[in-house]
Design a protein around this ligand. Sequence first.
Ligand SMILES: *Cc1c(COP(=O)(O)O)cnc(C)c1O
Length: 377
Amino acid sequence: MIPFNQPAITGKEEFYIKEAIQKNHLSGDGFFTKKCSAWLEDQFSASKALLTTSCTHALEMAAMLAGIKEGDEVIMPSYTFVSTANAFVIRGAKIVFVDVRPDTMNIDESLIEAAITEKTKAIVPVHYAGVACEMNEIMNIATRHDLIVIEDAAQGVMSKYQDRYLGTIGHFGCYSFHETKNYNCGEGGALLINDERFIERAEIIREKGTNRTRFFRGQVDKYSWVDIGSSYLPSELNAAFLYAQLEQATVINDHRLECWNAYRQELDVLRIGGQIELPHVPEDCTHNAHMFYLKVKNLEQRTALIGYLKSKNIHTVFHYVPLHSSSAGLEFGQMIGEDRFTTSESEKLIRLPLFYKLTLEQVKEVTNEIKQFFNKQ
Ligand SMILES: *Cc1c(COP(=O)(O)O)cnc(C)c1O
């Protein structure tokens, strides 16, 4: 059986977790949390990285820091995970969905400006499959209209747009270390703060609305409740696990890219034959092989292909049901402009197995079965 995903294990996770236990400090912001945030800051040249319990929580923090309140509007693609929208909805925002580009499945930057109103507060580009959105254009629009940009870089850790890492370009960047992502600790995430004005408040919000972080640095002599907040810091056990993964990030990344390139090469014959479409990575983007997907003719053919592969013990999946047509999406948001590609393109997309322990032989097995399927069409 070839599963769709297996969480990466690099070998040192248990060793670091034992070390965390021996240090007698299991709550957040200990030795391993500091190691992880320093690694993220050094590796990506980020001014501040705060570990969180998930990307969902990093997005929630960003929504608070951006000052999102009742009635504000936030622009994002409809083709994304629910958390991208939920983080803003729980602050009272109305979600304004914009269509995606069919080539990358990222928000169509040329449609953003038409969706801006006096109530717009933020834009949330989602770097789908770890391939960057058109960040130059998006940042220019944000500057012109004085908007905050929050990158949902859940899938984009280690990816770049031009010479900058995803998550470090907008005011905020949100990473996920969920087990389905490239580098993981089961459940985890990080908030990157690229505008230094927000750092102090971010530390407070993450520590239940207290100035505990400043207290530990000796900047105040007692800590107290000073702002809204919640508990967004992961335990040291999670951070210890994560550190083992970050140390091996290049090794994991290289292997994923090797599998990704093998998929692309093996399936190119079907693309040339006009039977499938393959992912497009624009010139300016260096991706992290978070996902390998292909697009078939329509929903019916996708269902047939998933069923065929399942009968060969190969597990593949699809996502997302566009948010603007889901029941909560209808209640909390609205698509502005035409749904030209979001629904139709999402129905054609199928994701192939891609994980750290996947072998090139398994890639070949998957692609051979896909070729078999199309030979019979
Ligand atoms: C995985 C994912 C999230 C949520 O990440 P968690 O760490 O599970 O909260 C948010 N947005 C996108 C685009 C994702 O892929």
